[in-house]
Design a protein around this ligand. Structure first.
Ligand SMILES: Cc1cc2nc3c(=O)[nH]c(=O)nc-3n(C[C@H](O)[C@H](O)[C@H](O)COP(=O)(O)O)c2cc1C
Length: 223
């Protein structure tokens, strides 16, 4: 019976998706995750996964309904975010800047580059494209690269715009070598310490799925 329900869910989802595809060339936005158009297409896939495969994982896991929210300019954090989502069986939401960062913007050797200037200005709040409604989620994995030992200022924009009350927030970062340090506690403060902020971790580039899975098991044991 359970299997029949699952097959039916998949069939209905597939029919729904085909119907949408034939109606419009534009991807349909995940109602809880609206962002730039490229992101919207990704969110569509995520939504389908959430409504089919995720439900049983959610029931069994201590994370409840989870979402991996991440910011990534050169792909390292995105890679980890996707691995977390795959392991937990949940969706992702990418924080997309209204103005994309160019290679020059990211030049940390240039004191005048956009990233350097933003990180040196504690009041800098780069604008985010679109919004996400987190109200239905129990757990938010929050991922970002380390920029000059801190979270990029766009994470400040993000956390200040959310209410994490009643949620667990699990930060993770990627970096060349720096630890997560105080970057996550600084974000928690900007979020008025609402929600339960779990101590986060740092990954390098090209992390193995097994390492991510191992970390998730440890975190799940702690919460
Ligand atoms: C502006 C800027 C500053 C950075 N500062 C640091 C740093 O302080 N410590 C470090 O280990 N890596 C630093 N990095 C390297 C990134 O943290 C690392 O490459 C990260 O994995 C990039 O993530 P992404 O590919 O998701 O954008 C910096 C990179 C940039 C662009």
């Amino acid at each position: 019976m359970r299997m029949f329900k699952k097959v039916m869910t998949l069939a209905v989802s597939a029919a729904f998706m085909c119907g949408l595809a034939s109606c419009s060339k534009n991807p349909v936005a995940d109602p809880s995750a609206s962002s730039a158009s490229a992101q919207t297409e990704k969110s569509l896939v995520v939504t389908e996964k959430e409504t089919t495969e995720t439900s049983e994982t959610e029931k069994d896991s201590k994370f409840g309904k989870a979402l991996v929210v991440y910011f990534s300019c050169t792909g390292n954090t995105k890679d980890v975010a996707l691995k977390i989502a795959n392991e937990v069986g949940c969706g992702t939401y990418e924080i997309v800047p209204s103005k994309a960062y160019t290679t020059d913007d990211l030049n940390y050797n240039n004191k005048k580059s956009r990233a350097t200037r933003e990180q040196n200005d504690k009041n800098a709040r780069p604008e985010i494209e679109g919004t996400v409604d987190l109200s239905s989620y129990d757990t938010i994995f929050l991922g970002y690269p380390i920029w000059f030992a801190k979270a990029p200022r766009i994470l400040c924009t993000f956390v200040e715009g959310q209410n994490f009350e009643g949620k667990k927030i699990i930060p993770f970062c990627t970096s060349g070598s720096s630890i997560i340090g105080s970057s996550a506690t600084e974000l928690a403060e900007l979020a008025q310490n609402k929600g339960r902020w779990i101590s986060g971790t740092r990954f390098g580039a090209n992390v193995k799925s097994t390492d991510v899975a191992q970390w998730i098991a440890v975190v799940e044991g702690e919460i």
